[in-house]
Design a protein around this ligand. Sequence first.
Ligand SMILES: C[S@@+](CC[C@H](N)C(=O)[O-])C[C@H]1O[C@@H](n2cnc3c(N)ncnc32)[C@H](O)[C@@H]1O
Length: 467
Amino acid sequence: MKSPNRHKHKQKTTGSKASSHARPGSTPRPGQKSPQKSTGPKSGKAPRPDAIHLSKQLVKAWEDTLLKTFRPRRGSGGARPDNTDGAQRASRLKQALMQETDTILELWEIFTKDRGRLSRYLLTTRQHVVGYLLGFHLPNAARMQVLLHRTLRRLPLAEGLKRCSEIRVSDIGCGTGAMAQTLVVELAMTGVSPAKMRISLSDVSPPLLETAADSITALNMPLTVSTHRKRAEELPIIQFQDQPPGATSIGGQGLGAGPVAHIYTFGYVWNELRKNPAAQRRIHSILAGHIERGEVALVLIVEPGTELQARDAMQLRDELTASRWSAVYPCPASSPCPMLERPKDWCFSEAAWTRPALVEMIDRRLGIDRTQIAAGMYAFATPALTELAGFGTTTRQVVVGRPLRDAADGTPTRKSPTPLPRERVRQRPFEYLVCTPDGLAKVPQVKSPTGSPAQMQPILRGSLLST
Ligand SMILES: C[S@@+](CC[C@H](N)C(=O)[O-])C[C@H]1O[C@@H](n2cnc3c(N)ncnc32)[C@H](O)[C@@H]1O
């Protein structure tokens, strides 16, 4: 059922056009003067209480991987730093940033202007791997953390996974392993034993695969990790079904009591497969197999939050729900996406992020500010998983847009391009476009996420209206 007032919306209420705050495409290009430089704690804009933090374990593993991968230019620096020497580590990490700033800029240009060239670049050298690790690994890990936090908080998924005997994680197009690495840390934090996890990393690039394996190994957890140098279109379907020694039937019992769970992560890779129908078909058939065999499976997708890529992800979402996957994040229901019918709208999620010190330094060098991150984020579960975890019917109202005229936080908009001084920021509530199990609806804000009307901050897309 659709929202009764759906057709009355004359305003553009979603996507970057309607956003008053941290549009996915609004981050200035590196090197340009950033109007957002004034965000964040030092700038007078209040820090958000709902900002996420990456775990120390994950950040340390990232640093260790960087230190292992980075090679200083000849003549520029001493021996590889000892793990225990904090000052030497910090100085080597800074040296990596100084040396590879241009590489990060080059990759950034490809990401924002010409994504088609991306794989070729990533495939080439260790230097590009270091550039990717520095510029993109942790922000992507933060996006995956947001997806997992929100999904696991809303639904008793972790309880279902804890009852599984084995968890097979497949990170497709793993790059430097940010998706699998975050998943492992988050699942372990919810009480899922790492010893049950088997991690398969697949990508086309040997140096990326090697680094992804290092990223996971650096977590120092008792996991099983394997790498597969394979194009998505060549992934052997059987690889994801076969049982380890001692395990019993597919979809039945694994290493101990309880079913085997299959988790797939796709981080910023679906958009690279846009012109690759063979890869898309292969992925659809791997995923369809889990539905057909009645297996416990979860799919986690992170895609750019920009119009074209986000709408492609929405399309993929509808294809998966049509094949009986349940949309468990951000959607409150698995009926066809009501935003796909609105040609100027697109669905993406936003979150505030407390950047580690080195990432702040990277952002300063690039002239950008990623205290707020955005992405198309989705989670899907098989009927066997929803049953195991005991999902009930939902009444969730998910924020998917903020109308322009309600940009009350003083952030520049097209209509009011000058930022409002803090004292003039209006205190009246925002109005939101929300996705409900019955379709889209416009709803006034009931509560500020900061709890303080003096610092009325918008609820970020992908959050529940009542948070
Ligand atoms: C933008 S990177 C994302 C890496 C990582 N998933 C992340 O979230 O940070 C896209 C990755 O997809 C890989 N890739 C591109 N086309 C692929 C294909 N046909 N099969 C497998 N991997 C592919 C690239 O090598 C690259 O590592």
